[in-house]
Design a protein around this ligand. Structure first.
Ligand code: GLC
Ligand code: CA
Length: 585
């Protein structure tokens, strides 16, 4: 094993910093309370100025919006309230003319039940597209009652099977019943996906895809029941059966051979339920041409319940450090690649989850986490609002303020199954408040005018704006030299200036069992960086490794490294939530 991580071969999608936009909540340009494509275009210079190279737009395709656009009814149209295909052409051009790239979400495990393909498929058992989706006859229990083909639990509660009266069969939906799963065993369906969802947009100039639930297309042919891990529940988590199925790698290779290889396109796959590094490597070897990189889920699963997501569990810092170390080192000596991220549209805010959102610590926390992320090997992904340190919504928001099908369905499920038990309901609300997807979906906070400058609509935005927008917003942070936004901008520049060690270097962790501090080093040949982070609100002493070789360069406190500590000594005192980066002198 050398001093640099695997895949040091330099490529644009390795060094590029990616910014994820959630179109409903980024910027409303026409006063209807919903974000839109012209709104995104109006903010491209803001992203350029931040140092962003690649813009990732979450689904903006035509959709009935049962799952915020992850239920697509036409891949070749834009959801009308967001704009038109011509607006997308303008957005592509707006990115390209500034030397930036644009990637889209590729949601091809399922479509909407309103997609023309599914309407045909469900019209009769003999329709040519019947086999494009997954249809099964019922089972019958001892009492002769009709039952779904398996005991699988959907991500959004209930069974993964929906009964179709008309043709007297069930269809599979791993997510909502309005999101029927495509049958990837069917070659005609695969070719239609490649044409409609991929080539259509690549030909218009998009530069790649974030691939939704990339490991669930190959479900096998058996459809066995899932093991019972939750005896009280009717339906059981079944990802051990449908994730990473037998033909998954074949399908990924085919996508490249038939489509992606013809373009200089990047791919990042969403890869849940895959904790084993060997299995992840099978997807990301450069030579094997499947995926460029993936979002492995360990970091965002931290604190989630094991049998159901919204059962929050306490966790300790060594767990986080173990996860970061594992996914930094797994590409060592290989031609694979990794990612650095801790937020997206499916997660609570990182400041609230991994650090402290208390008023006195949230700015320090946001900068400390930025120091960590900008020092990690792999492609860096930032989610909208992360660059200004947005935090979770207040705990006292009632369930009515939450819009996400996943959280709301789970809330209703617990309400029904416990008869509205107060203790159970409090625990659910605590869990939804920390882990809920809506934390990331509230409108972007642009300024301190009504509705955070997100919309001009007198009645406000489609979703409640975070109460703290007068304090946490872009305009204010653009005026303040020591803001979270200014820090991210500087950190991104610093990362690029030192890309050899920060983007491509090998990773070494120190004191992995220490529950208060996280100290790691990055190396590339003779070049070294050391990062020391305090994950507590109290002063902590750390040993800085390679102390004779490195000097303080970046910190989240205004005075940087206090005088007494500069120069000599290996021992440093880190103040509350302090983060420091040292670089070879
Ligand atoms: C992915 C998306 C999530 C969506 C799901 C179904 O996990 O990130 O938002 O609900 O897929 O498409
Ligand atoms: Ca709008």
């Amino acid at each position: 094993m050398g001093d640099s991580a695997g895949g040091e071969k330099k490529l644009w999608w390795k060094e590029g910093v990616v910014y994820q936009i959630y179109p409903a909540s980024f910027k409303d340009s026409n006063g209807d309370g919903l974000g839109d494509i012209p709104g995104i275009i109006s903010k491209i210079d803001y992203l350029k100025d931040l140092g962003i190279d690649i813009v990732w737009v979450s689904p903006m395709f035509d959709s009935p919006q049962v799952d915020m656009g992850y239920d697509i009814s036409d891949y070749e149209q834009v959801y009308r309230p967001y704009g038109t295909v011509e607006d997308m052409d303008t957005l592509i051009e707006a990115c390209h003319s500034r030397g930036m790239r644009l990637i889209l979400d590729l949601v091809i495990n399922h479509t909407s039940d309103q997609h023309a393909w599914f309407k045909e498929s469900r019209s009769s058992k003999t329709n040519p597209k019947r086999d494009w989706y997954i249809w099964k006859p019922p089972r019958y229990d001892a009492a002769g009652n009709r039952q779904p083909p398996t005991n699988w639990r959907s991500y959004f509660s209930g069974s993964t099977w929906e009964w179709d009266e008309h043709t007297q069969e069930y269809y599979l939906h791993l997510f909502a019943k309005e999101q029927p799963d495509l049958n990837w065993e069917n070659e005609g369906a695969r070719n239609a996906i490649y044409d409609s969802a991929m080539r259509f947009w690549l030909d218009r100039g998009v530069d790649g895809f974030r691939i939704d639930t990339v490991n669930m297309y190959s479900k096998g042919l058996e459809f066995p029941d899932a093991p019972v891990v939750d005896p009280k529940a009717e339906f059981q988590p079944a990802w051990s059966i449908y994730a990473n199925g037998p033909r998954m790698h074949e399908f990924c290779r085919e996508m490249n051979q038939k489509v992606l290889d013809k373009y200089d396109a990047m791919t990042v796959g969403e890869l849940p339920h895959t904790p084993d590094p060997k299995r992840v490597l099978d997807y990301v070897s450069l030579a094997d041409r499947q995926l460029n990189m993936v979002f492995q889920f360990d970091i965002v699963d931290l604190g989630q319940g094991t049998s159901a997501k919204y059962q929050f569990q306490e966790w300790k810092l060594p767990m986080l450090k173990g996860i970061v170390t594992k996914w930094q080192q797994f590409i060592d000596g290989t031609d694979g690649w990794t990612t650095a991220f801790c937020e997206n549209h499916d997660q609570g805010r990182s400041v609230s989850r991994y650090a402290s959102d208390a008023p006195e610590y949230r700015v320090l926390s946001a900068k400390m986490l930025a120091t960590m992320l900008c020092s990690l090997t792999g492609t860096l992904f930032i989610y909208q609002g992360q660059e200004i340190g947005m935090i979770n919504v207040p705990r006292d928001w009632p369930i009515e303020e939450y819009k996400d099908i996943e959280g709301v369905n789970f809330y209703n499920h617990i309400k029904e199954s416990t008869g509205n038990d107060p203790a159970a309901m409090k625990y659910v609300m605590d869990s939804i408040n920390i882990l809920g997807r809506d934390n990331a979906r509230v409108p972007m906070q642009w300024d301190d005018t009504p509705y955070a400058g997100f919309t001009d609509r007198p009645e406000g935005a489609w979703m409640r704006v975070h109460d703290l927008y007068p304090e946490i917003n872009v305009a204010k942070q653009q005026r303040e030299r020591d803001s979270v936004l200014a820090f991210w901008r500087d950190m991104i520049r610093f990362r690029k200036e030192n890309a050899d060690v920060l983007v491509y270097g090998s990773f070494e962790v120190f004191e992995p069992d220490n529950e208060k501090t996280f100290v790691f080093a990055k190396k590339q040949g003779q070049r070294k960086a050391v990062v020391a982070l305090n994950f507590t609100g109290e002063e902590q002493t750390v040993d800085v490794p390679y102390a004779d070789e490195v000097v303080f360069r970046v910190g989240n406190y205004p005075d940087g490294e206090p005088d007494g500590e500069t120069g000599g000594g290996k021992q440093k005192k880190l103040r509350a939530w302090e983060g420091r980066l040292y670089l070879l002198r």
